[in-house]
Design a binder for this molecule. Structure first.
Ligand SMILES: [Mg+2]
Ligand SMILES: [Zn+2]
Length: 175
């Protein structure tokens, strides 16, 4: 494929944590996540965090808390949905609003991007909707996305399945 312009990366269960909400004050990235981000940067590929954080709408954290966390990790930008599922927004994954917002802001051709995430029914469906390459990681909810919850995204196949974020990045860089 053509050179990737950017890689979108989910937060919970992909960069670190458990797949559940963890406040930025308590969030710990996996030991390999920094290397994964550095590898993308070294290859001239932009890195964008892309995350649903509905607890923001309940006042449990702020958008800035998350944005600052992603900047501290070294992401080029971060796209965060703060809404609850009942609010009908266009940014909450599996909707693709965050990806389209990023494309507009950074002049991306989304068919030349990839999405790395642990949840089939949100991350993989959002990526699929815009023609981004789809990489499911097995951390977080990844294993159960392929078994217990496979029916929630049955019509979509990931382009790659990777053990974790670093392996996912290495797979993408080999293409
Ligand atoms: Mg996740
Ligand atoms: Zn939203």
């Amino acid at each position: 494929m053509d050179k990737l312009q950017a890689v979108f990366i989910d937060r919970d269960g992909t960069i670190g944590g458990t797949g559940h909400f963890i406040h930025p004050k308590e969030f710990t990235p996996y030991p390999f996540s920094k290397e994964a981000l550095d590898l993308l940067k070294e290859n001239g590929i932009k890195t964008f965090a892309c995350t649903n954080q509905h607890r923001i709408s309940k006042g449990e954290a702020s958008i800035e808390d998350f944005y600052d966390e992603f900047m501290a990790f070294g992401f080029d930008d971060a796209f965060i949905c703060s809404h609850g599922s009942s609010e009908g927004c266009e940014c909450r994954k599996p909707s693709s609003g965050l990806l389209r917002e990023a494309a507009e802001k950074h002049g991306l051709d989304l068919s030349k991007t990839a999405f790395i995430g642990d949840v089939g029914s949100t991350d993989m469906l959002a990526a699929h909707a815009v023609g981004a390459k789809k990489v499911l990681v097995l951390t977080g909810w990844g294993e159960s996305s392929l078994t217990q919850f496979r029916h929630t995204w049955a019509d979509v196949e990931p382009d790659y399945i990777a053990e974790n974020l670093l392996k996912a990045v290495k797979l993408l860089l080999q293409q």
